[in-house]
Design a protein around this ligand. Structure first.
Ligand code: ZN
Length: 319
């Protein structure tokens, strides 16, 4: 049976008597642009020459174009997961969730079979696609005892976008993932946030950017969550909700003003719940640019009695 023409519909919710649907209030996220950056790539391992090429790290040094990424240690087919594949799957899930809210989603890689792109190129893409935000998606490879997610941002910030906008993006992601019931990292960062000076993709971004480490692939509990569709959807829901919340609270105009330098610098840490943390700052070392293969040289000693969840350990699988 043919559907009735719209003009004759009189009992549909939201349809006025004259058949014209009322114009919905514009959503603050409609047509906003988000660049999703699933870390690594499926072809990296087979192409060491390409991914070991040195690229700028954003703080005067260099680092590898890209890396292979982490993986679970499981031999079991079900639980054996490569980070690049996990990251890509999560990104696709986030993409679908964002697009359902009419966000325009771009990706730094189109599939999980290629090589790279290099981390500096990924950061450049954020500007090229005019992204409101870039969110990199990773999973860590740390000591098996540590578990849970954390979100990294660039510190000290190298431009206005890396100041308050990036810290608030990281904070929104932390809050939404936590709200989704995901466990905040027990082994790195402070309350799920990690200030980093060594992640080139964040250092080089001229747009608000944050990097999510969904969990630790070496941890048995995290491994289970990362290996099944329900668990993965939960990561994606948490990430998508954080992005949507942040977009809602950061208008395109306000971001343009910040990134074009028309407002006072926002490089303070005021938005960060990490403000008081000195445990993760490496002030005197931040200018070092010896392409750090030894991130632990400046370990500070947290004096606080709090939680024990703070640490200078750096996640190892992002670059
Ligand atoms: Zn990674």
């Amino acid at each position: 049976m043919d559907p009735a023409p719209a003009a004759s519909v009189s009992d549909g919710a939201g349809v006025a008597d004259n058949g014209v649907e009322p114009t919905p209030a514009p959503s603050p996220v409609t047509d906003r642009i988000v660049l999703l950056d699933p870390g690594h790539n499926g072809g990296n391992a087979a192409n060491p020459a390409a991914i070991n090429k040195k690229v700028p790290d954003g703080r005067g040094g260099t680092k590898a174009c890209n890396t292979v990424g982490s993986s679970t240690d499981a031999n079991d087919e079900y639980y054996a997961v490569a980070e690049h594949a996990f990251n890509f799957d999560i990104a696709l899930r986030v993409k679908e969730l964002l697009e359902s809210k009419h966000v325009v989603v771009k990706m730094t890689r189109a599939d999980d079979k290629g090589v790279g792109p290099c981390v500096n190129k990924r950061a450049e893409m954020a500007s090229e696609v005019n992204a409101d935000a870039m969110v990199s998606i990773h999973a860590d490879g740390a000591a098996a005892s540590g578990h849970g997610f954390h979100v990294a941002y660039s510190k000290p910030p190298l431009n206005a976008a890396q100041g308050t906008p990036s810290v608030s993006l990281a904070t929104a992601l932390r809050d939404s993932m936590s709200g989704e019931g995901l466990i905040i990292s027990t082994y790195i960062g402070k309350q799920g946030l990690s200030a980093r000076d060594d992640l080139a993709g964040l250092n080089l971004s001229k747009r608000p950017a944050a990097l999510v480490e969904c969990g630790n692939m070496k941890n048995p509990d995290d491994q289970v969550a990362m290996s099944n569709p329900q668990g993965r959807q939960r990561f994606a829901e948490g990430i998508a909700a954080g992005i949507l919340d942040w977009l809602t609270h950061n208008s395109a105009q306000s971001l343009r003003a910040v990134t074009s330098g028309k407002t006072k610098s926002t490089t303070s840490e005021s938005a960060s719940s990490e403000t008081k943390s000195t445990a993760t700052t490496k002030s005197t070392a931040s200018a070092k640019s010896k392409s750090s293969s030894s991130p632990s040289t400046t370990k500070s000693t947290p004096k606080s009695t709090s939680s024990g969840s703070s640490s200078t350990t750096k996640s190892s699988t992002a670059n």
